[in-house]
Design a protein around this ligand. Structure first.
Ligand SMILES: N[C@@H](CCC(=O)N[C@@H](CS)C(=O)NCC(=O)O)C(=O)O
Length: 334
């Protein structure tokens, strides 16, 4: 049955996972109200929230969903068309894997750019403060912006972005942008002329990066196809079909090899191992250099989840050969 009462999406314009879910709701044509999280809706948010995190989706039937990937999966199961999953099961899994990479590793690129550079941090803090403090109160907004910056900058440590790791994370963002620039020269979205789960995940992070001055200047100057896709994904539409693996292979295989198998999966596996061993910090060698951070439970849960999806999809024709050739398989089959 078509839903007519809108659901309520609590989110923030500055939150990659919130705008990701909003873009998905727009694509699916699911009626929704965007509730910019702020003091005016604190009581309602707290009543619903199991975790103090956005996005939060309050459904018309009273159900409350949190966490962007399960939110999308839940809605997709209830309303499968138009699908965000390529029809070929192999491509579907690759899209799910790239979404996982975007959520967990791509966030380091966005978050690092936003909170490491003073100009970007000031810009983001001012935009967040603008939404926290009622109209007309400039002094209040200035105080709030300082408090936001003081709260967010130390969080760089939680995502493992610091002087010792930033060059690697920044180079990883450039490589992602290079790969996407080529992909979007030939098609409207990552897996063809319609958006996939991977597009929503990557876009949440890159749209946010594009709202911050430093990465925005980079994208505007060097990545015109990515820029057009960023604009397109605000309100994505079906503009054609899924592409074949033959046509997708060069770009996707490169991304899987360098970013997913080269950085994300070994890092996430080391994070899980560190938690199991009860360690406070862990170091993993990435591209021949040490990468160290505090382990985080959330990444371990989502790694287990992508491994579960792999176990369910592994009979998909061609999948194991691609994962083997790109170096992903040993991390997923673990
Ligand atoms: N994995 C979660 C991540 C959600 C998340 O980290 N949300 C951030 C904003 S992007 C948040 O609410 N942080 C709480 C805070 O800043 O106080 C998802 O995909 O929804």
């Amino acid at each position: 049955m078509t839903q007519t009462t809108p659901c309520r999406l609590f989110g923030s314009e500055l939150s990659p996972y919130s705008v990701k879910v909003r873009s998905y709701l727009r694509f699916k044509g699911i009626p929704h109200e965007w509730i910019a999280r702020g003091p005016g809706n604190d009581a309602e948010f707290r009543k619903h929230a199991k975790l103090p995190l956005i996005p939060l989706l309050a459904m018309p039937d009273g159900q409350v969903l949190q966490d962007s990937t399960p939110i999308i999966e839940r809605l997709e199961a209830g309303q499968p068309e138009p699908s965000i999953h390529p029809a070929d099961p192999m491509l579907r899994f690759l899209s799910e894997l790239i979404e996982e990479y975007a959520d967990e590793w791509g966030n380091k690129q966005m978050f690092g750019n936003r909170w490491r550079n003073a100009a970007d941090a000031k810009s983001a803090a001012a935009r967040i403060a603008e939404r926290m403090v009622p109209d007309g109160d400039d002094a209040g907004r200035a105080v709030a912006a300082i408090a936001v910056e003081e709260r967010m900058v130390p969080r760089l440590a939680f995502v493992g972005v610091h002087d010792g790791t930033w060059d690697l994370v920044d180079a990883s963002m450039r490589r992602l942008l290079d790969a996407l620039e080529l992909q979007f020269g030939l098609r409207r979205y990552l897996f063809g002329d319609r958006p996939s789960l991977a597009d929503f995940g990557l876009w949440g992070q890159l749209y946010e990066a594009w709202t911050d001055p430093t990465p925005r200047a980079l994208i505007d100057e060097l990545y015109p196809n990515v820029w057009r896709w960023i604009a397109r994904m605000l309100d994505p539409k079906i503009e054609g079909d899924w592409d074949s693996w033959t046509s997708l292979r060069p770009g996707i295989a490169h991304l899987l090899e360098t970013e997913v198998a080269g950085l994300f999966l070994p890092w996430s596996t080391a994070n899980t191992a560190a938690l199991a061993a009860g360690k406070d910090t862990f170091t993993v060698t990435l591209e021949g250099k040490p990468f160290d951070q505090q382990p985080q439970k959330y990444h371990a849960r989502s790694l287990a989840e992508i491994r579960r999806k792999y176990a369910a999809a592994r009979d998909a024709p061609g999948l194991d050969a691609v994962l083997e050739a790109t170096g992903c398989k040993r991390w997923l089959a673990a």
